[in-house]
Write a protein that binds this ligand. Sequence first.
Ligand SMILES: [Zn+2]
Length: 65
Amino acid sequence: MGEQHKCFKELSKVLVEENTRLQFNYLNQNHVFVATERIRNLRDGKKAKRVVASYCPFCGEKLEV
Ligand SMILES: [Zn+2]
């Protein structure tokens, strides 16, 4: 696994001061999750599908996957 993408590193430094962090796949520090939610509550106990960004949402660079 390579180094974490520069925007994620920079943003993490700012967010930590607000007790906040981006959500990553724990197996890959460059797989950042995009927020999702369920459309309808089907009362089946399942959560919304998770999706990761292919390109950095902040600078547009393709992310190493
Ligand atoms: Zn970036």
